[in-house]
Design a protein around this ligand. Structure first.
Ligand SMILES: Cc1cc2nc3c(=O)[nH]c(=O)nc-3n(C[C@H](O)[C@H](O)[C@H](O)COP(=O)(O)OP(=O)(O)OC[C@H]3O[C@@H](n4cnc5c(N)ncnc54)[C@H](O)[C@@H]3O)c2cc1C
Length: 407
């Protein structure tokens, strides 16, 4: 029988994450929405606490830092049993934290999406060397968004270094992080197989943060434009294999997304739950009765809408857990990771906006956080692959088509 409850062993972790979300993130949510670009210094204390837990081994998956996919990961050792490992722990704790605030979660030191890339593809030596580094992820360029195979930033080998040239835009935590995982091509003529990722530590000469974006939502999170001009990085900072394997194509680089998409889905699920909880309270205070024992169509319109939104939320939640659980159990999860991201990204936006609608003027005003959650959730349907791109991936996988056959 499938058990749809979160595993018992993660309850303490979920409880801790919820406490942090309630006592630290929520109370600072509006403050850093208004103080865009100001560093949320309250997070330093939290980061120190997570570091402490990590050292004691008690914080598996405490934030967005991602998880290791190597054969060495004890959580992945195949002893025939079912694993509830670090992937599941990560998505569960991220859901709680984003119930608190998505922008603040994205600003947590050492929990960047670049950390997931390192966790996914770094070798053992790199994993050790970059342990504790806060890494952001730089894929997008002025001429390259969804089509990440079109990356123009170049990396040329020169002695013991790669020399990087190009511009990266919309890098989450690009200003605050300690290092940026930069996607660049070793040889444009060899297509997508030549795209590799490089860890570029902050302060490396030739790497400059040019500006920060003003945004609709997640304003607590910095979003940077970074230029690389003859930026030399040690060749040991290339993540994964330097070989250009045209047979493997883009698969190596794209494998990172199988880890990060469930994390972004979890962000959407957490933010949407916050909106649903507050809306339910507001509806009940207004005398709307939501009856779980009667069909929705027999109830008041507001109650019926709410039930529909909750059902949508549940589907997103379960798909997200499934994608993470599959990764823990070493099952290929590209299809499920995209399904989870597509469902949670879209539902997150729909739910938070419909909650604004249900709450009327209270929803729209800054008195509560409903309007903010509607703004914050939109990005979760855009970055790490937009809604349309996830649907394309799902369609390709279900129909057995290649990216050339279905564009
Ligand atoms: C706040 C914020 C933070 C971000 N953080 C990061 C980060 O940390 N690192 C990073 O590398 N990037 C980041 N991004 C960039 C983000 O990943 C891209 O915006 C996203 O991949 C979409 O690319 P694009 O904006 O160039 O849109 P485009 O790719 O130009 O797409 C525009 C529209 O066309 C649709 N579309 C494109 N191709 C197809 C197709 N084949 N079929 C159907 N529809 C299609 C898209 O879904 C979208 O709706 C961030 C963006 C924002 C706004």
């Amino acid at each position: 029988m499938i058990n749809l409850e979160a595993p018992k062993k993660f309850r303490p972790l979920v409880g801790q994450a919820h406490q942090v979300a309630m006592n630290l993130l929520r109370p600072n949510s509006r403050k850093y929405d208004l103080l865009e670009h100001e560093y949320p210094k309250e997070l330093d204390m939290l980061a120190a606490m997570i570091d402490g837990l990590s050292e004691s081994g008690a914080a598996s998956g405490a934030g967005a830092s991602g998880v290791r996919r190597s054969e060495d990961d004890p959580a992945k050792k195949d002893d025939g049993g079912v694993k509830n490992g670090a992937n599941l722990a990560s998505v569960l704790s991220i859901m709680e934290m984003c119930w608190g605030d998505v922008g603040l979660l994205l600003s947590m030191p050492r929990q960047g999406l670049g950390n997931s890339a390192i966790a996914s593809v770094a070798n053992d030596e790199q994993h050790e060397r970059f342990d504790g580094v806060w890494a952001s992820m730089a894929i997008t360029e002025p001429g390259t968004g969804s089509d990440s195979a079109n990356i123009q930033t170049t990396a040329k080998l020169d002695g013991d270094h790669y020399v990087l040239n190009g511009e990266k835009i919309f890098v989450t935590a690009g200003d605050r992080s300690d290092a940026v995982v930069v996607w660049a091509t070793l040889d444009k003529s060899q297509g997508r197989a030549a795209i590799k990722s490089f860890v570029v530590p902050k302060g490396t000469p030739g790497m400059n943060v040019e500006r920060l974006e003003h945004k609709l939502g997640i304003r607590a999170s910095d979003t940077a434009t970074i230029r690389f001009e003859n930026c030399r990085v040690p060749k040991e900072n290339l993540l994964g294999s330097p070989e250009i394997d045209t047979k493997q194509g883009f698969a190596g680089a794209m494998a990172t997304f199988d880890n990060t998409r469930p994390l972004v889905a979890a962000m959407a699920v957490g933010c949407a739950r916050a909106a649903l909880e507050l809306t339910k309270e507001l509806l009940e205070n207004a005398g709307v009765v939501i009856d779980y024992d009667r069909p929705a169509f027999t109830q008041a319109a507001a109650a019926a809408t709410f039930l529909q939104l909750e059902a949508d939320w549940e589907a997103a939640y379960l798909l997200t857990l499934q994608a993470a659980w599959m990764a823990d159990n070493r099952k290929p999860n590209s299809l499920e990771a995209s399904m989870a991201k597509a469902k949670a990204g879209r539902s997150g936006s729909d739910i938070t906006l419909r909650c604004v609608e249900l709450a009327g003027s209270i929803g729209y005003s800054e008195h509560d956080l409903l309007e903010k959650w509607a703004r914050d959730s939109k990005i979760l349907d855009i970055f790490e692959g937009t809604q349309q791109i996830q649907q394309l991936i799902v369609a390709r996988r279900l129909l057995g088509k290649t990216s050339a056959e279905l564009k």
